[in-house]
Ligand binder design. Structure first.
Ligand SMILES: Nc1ncnc2c1ncn2[C@@H]1O[C@H](COP(=O)(O)OP(=O)(O)OP(=O)(O)O)[C@@H](O)[C@H]1O
Length: 292
């Protein structure tokens, strides 16, 4: 592992009774990146976060967070994890939660947690059980960020949030990562939310790493081509192609030569890149790509 990596996995695998959820997973996320963890339902994203936080043990291989192998003794002080079901004490008030955060965490930043809740407009006196789903998410996020972690893992944190709140949360994460160098691993199915925020991508398909690297490198390493329906493409470069009666749209690896007359070529967006790899992954055996 390079010392510049906050998270690494080598040959990581987890088998449940029904079969493998993750297999032969290799990846690294450098310090300070905001990494999008994406993949179809059941790809292994939640399992990966549970392994990285020590909530589950790998069946094979290893994951390291800040150079350490997680264990079941509890999440270390410099790591925070916001689980999909956001476990909070429903009978507690928001103020009680903050008091618990202060009592349980040596690195707790009360002023910061309070500021995040004020910005979100969450009343301090309200009981957790009476808050809306989105408000609970904001409390859970304040509890995670209040620990001032060096690595933050968020499992689908945006699902309950309205578009304005989603935007605010993403801005908060970006500001915190820029100010402190915090590394973020964030799983989401809403690709458009990730586009302007994430500078790193980890794409899982069928429990394996399909793409991993800095977003800018991955985008620069692909082209989206649109051309005539009878046009030819070098098959070994094609990640995915879709054909209508009039035209072919294809995502290809590499910058390639200038397209033949009649073809248009542009760098894909993050959404186009991910969608093409996901469609290709569901149609064929996955190929692993790691950006240099
Ligand atoms: N406790 C468990 N026991 C048995 N199988 C499990 C368990 N947890 C997850 N799995 C299986 O492992 C695979 C990966 O599940 P996981 O929840 O990690 O996927 P995911 O990418 O987070 O999915 P989603 O996007 O739907 O949240 C799935 O096939 C799932 O059914």
């Amino acid at each position: 592992m390079a010392s510049s990596d906050a998270l690494t996995a080598t040959g990581l695998g987890k088998r449940y009774r029904r079969g493998w959820a993750l297999r032969d997973c290799d990846f690294s996320v450098p310090h300070g990146r905001i990494s999008a963890l994406v993949g179809p339902n059941g790809a292994g994203k939640t399992t990966l976060m549970a392994l990285a936080t020590g909530l589950l043990e790998p069946t094979e291989g290893q994951v390291r967070v800040m150079g350490r192998v997680p264990d079941s003794r509890g999440i270390p002080a410099d790591l925070a994890f916001l689980a999909q079901d956001k476990p909070l004490y429903r009978g507690f008030t928001v103020a009680d939660m903050l008091r618990a955060g202060r009592a349980l965490n040596t690195t707790w930043d009360q002023a910061y947690a309070e500021r995040l809740l004020s910005e979100a407009g969450v009343p301090r006196a309200a009981r957790i059980g009476t808050l809306s789903g989105g408000q609970r998410t904001r409390v859970a996020l304040a509890m995670a960020l209040g620990r001032r972690p060096r690595v933050l893992m968020l499992d689908e944190p945006l699902a309950d949030l309205d578009p304005i709140a989603r935007d605010e949360v993403m801005r908060t994460l970006m500001a915190e990562a820029a100010d402190t160098g915090m590394t973020v691993l964030l799983s989401s199915h809403v690709l458009s939310d990730l586009e302007n925020v994430c500078d790193h991508l980890l794409l899982l398909a069928d429990g394996r790493t399909r793409l991993c690297g800095d977003v800018a490198d991955l985008l620069a390493g692909h082209r989206l081509l649109v051309g005539p329906a009878d046009g030819d493409l070098a098959p070994d470069t094609v990640v995915e192609r879709r054909k209508t009666a009039r035209q072919v749209t294809a995502l290809v690896r590499g910058r390639g030569p200038a397209p033949a007359p009649g073809w248009e070529s542009h760098e894909p967006t993050l959404e186009e890149l991910v969608m093409a790899h996901l469609r290709a992954g569901s149609a064929a055996a996955p190929a692993r790509e790691v950006a240099a």
